[in-house]
Write a protein that binds this ligand. Sequence first.
Ligand code: 5GP
Length: 171
Amino acid sequence: MFEEWLTPEQIASDIQQEADHIRADYEGRVPLFVVVLNGAFVFAADLLRRLHDLRCEVTFLRVSSYWGMASTGELQFIVPLQQSVKGRDVIIVEDIVDTGMTIHQLKAHMRAEGAATVRVATMLFKPDKLEYNDARPDYVGRQIANEFVIGYGLDLDGFARNLDAIYKIKN
Ligand code: 5GP
């Protein structure tokens, strides 16, 4: 049903380039990375280790907006923000931006909590599906077509997050 689509090497190269962009933009600042659980944990671990020379903090929140393969359009905070974002340069770390609903709501949440700046780093971005203009990510590993993908943190009903490559549905 699924076939391997992005190899671990391709993913690593995407993340390296993304990390280089972030490092160049945040040199001399101390950003707070807000990792969106569950899906972004694999990407975040790789991205942040490639930024080992950037002074930064990392915190997590957990939202749920996706069940199976269809978005419900409602964001639930299962684990709320654990650390104050007041006055901070926040970088939200997402696995994939699809309609942008999650990022749209999270950005509003960060601003309401007093973040100084809010940017978004995502591993994958589906530009054709974007419904919220303010959710266009600032740092993107790879733009992809409108396809459902799994692996590397991305799940299929809770499974497949531990796959080290990214798989898509076989046509
Ligand atoms: P959005 O709010 O941008 O519509 O959706 C974002 C969330 O939906 C992602 O964090 C991810 O959990 C889920 N999602 C969107 N597209 C995919 C996909 O192709 N595969 C998987 N596994 N999850 C996806």
